[in-house]
Design a binder for this molecule. Structure first.
Ligand code: GLY
Length: 402
């Protein structure tokens, strides 16, 4: 596992981006294609054990244990990996596994385990991906139902979707009126629902949330709060706090990457260049804080003795930066910086963070779910998903699920 010396970028271009990203990294497409094949081989080895079960969110000694699909936000990342493997190989065994897993997502909707903004993560990679790849209406119907539950969490006065907890919970609950940066990745479910049903309400709520998030979660310097609470009656801002970062005023790197990717996607769905510019501002902050192997520390403001990396944030960044290059005008000079940064990160993950030749059933080492809780230096299932999505983006023509 890599432990290179930390070094802030010395030389900054006119765009405020690290100068080194003007150069194309020295990574052959064949190397990335090989990394994708290594990842698919591991998915294949996991297929029997996880046919209609799911890896825990993060591993223990680099080994995931199986779990069911009754709660949490991460089960769909394994299903997303099965859909990706199906697309890349055309092998129907992956599709059959994803179909078997999808039944557990249908049951979960019926069971009422839906009191979370993470419905976007859960039903984009299971149901929307399934609908895109098979055309089966069952997927579409489940995703629209999930979008309906997500819309229920919208508070009109502040214009935000509450992240956690029962949104009808007591007035003094910590969760009430609290949004979090991760929710930018849950908005594609709503944008998709408007496109598929013709009802503009879903997209309008998504856009309102994106604006509110932009006002309160994103700081002046382009860093982000993890969470921010508003008064649900008056709409007034209460303040920012962290849940998984170092402290309230720090920048949790994974949150930053959820926001980069989420705003790039919002830019595409709305056609608003303003969201793409927000994604670029967030990306500039993120890239200016990276270590020399392009993989961030779990929190950019954690003390130096907490040199804990988060490979899962790097994997999300690869996809977010790549999406940003798709949304910027072709002639925009920043495009090559973001493309080079995405490729450099992907190369670093494939070379130095892969579990190849390690005893593991995951794909990437050094994921950090929640270092404050002692949970780091492990595989994280969403990191594995975005790593493979990044490899697919870099090596294939792919229509995204988000
Ligand atoms: N969405 C929760 C996390 O990033 O840990």
């Amino acid at each position: 596992m890599p432990r290179r010396p930390a070094a802030l970028r010395a030389s900054i271009s006119d765009h405020g981006l690290p100068d080194e990203y003007t150069q194309s990294p020295d990574i052959e497409r064949a190397e990335l294609a090989r990394a994708l094949s290594v990842a698919i081989d591991q998915i294949d080895r996991n297929l029997d054990d996880y046919y209609d079960r799911f890896p825990e969110p993060s591993s223990d000694n680099l080994t995931y244990s199986p779990t069911g699909n009754t709660d949490g936000w991460t089960t769909s990342f394994w299903t997303g990996l099965c859909w990706l493997a199906y697309e890349v190989t055309g092998d129907s065994r992956y599709r059959k596994a994803a179909e078997a897993q999808f039944e557990t997502f249908e049951r979960r909707l019926k069971s009422g385990e839906v009191k979370t903004h993470d419905l976007g993560f859960l039903y984009t990679l299971s149901a929307i991906a399934g609908h895109r790849l098979t055309g089966n209406d069952r997927y579409q119907s489940a995703a629209v139902t999930a979008a309906d539950y997500l819309v229920d969490r919208f508070w009109e006065a502040p214009g935000l979707i509450q992240a956690w907890g029962d949104h009808e919970a007591s007035e003094d609950s910590w969760e009430r009126g609290r949004m979090i940066v991760d929710s930018m990745m849950n908005l594609p479910l709503l944008f998709w629902a408007s496109e598929t049903t013709g009802d503009p309400t879903y997209a309008s709520i998504a856009e309102t949330h994106a604006r509110t998030n932009g006002q309160h979660i994103i700081r002046q310097d382009g860093s982000t709060f993890h969470t921010f609470k508003c008064d649900v009656d008056t709409g007034k801002p209460v303040g920012g706090e962290t849940a998984q970062g170092y402290n309230a005023s720090s920048c949790w790197s994974r949150g930053q990457t959820w926001a980069i990717y989420g705003y790039a996607l919002a830019g595409d769905y709305t056609g608003e260049g303003e969201y793409v510019e927000i994604a670029a501002k967030l990306a500039n902050y993120y890239l200016s804080k990276l270590e020399d192997d392009h993989v961030p520390r779990w929190d950019f403001d954690a003390p130096p003795d907490q040199d804990i990396r988060d490979s899962s944030a790097a994997a999300i960044a690869v996809c977010g930066l790549h999406e940003l290059t798709c949304q910027l005008p072709f002639a925009d000079d920043r495009t090559r910086f973001y493309r080079n940064a995405a490729l450099s990160t992907l190369g670093s993950l494939a070379t130095d963070y892969s579990t190849e030749d390690t005893e593991s059933n995951g794909l990437l080492t050094d994921g950090a779910y929640d270092p404050s809780d002692g949970d780091y230096d492990e595989c994280c299932i969403w990191g594995d998903y975005f790593y493979v999505e990044g490899l697919v983006r870099a090596t294939q023509h792919w229509t995204r699920y988000w």
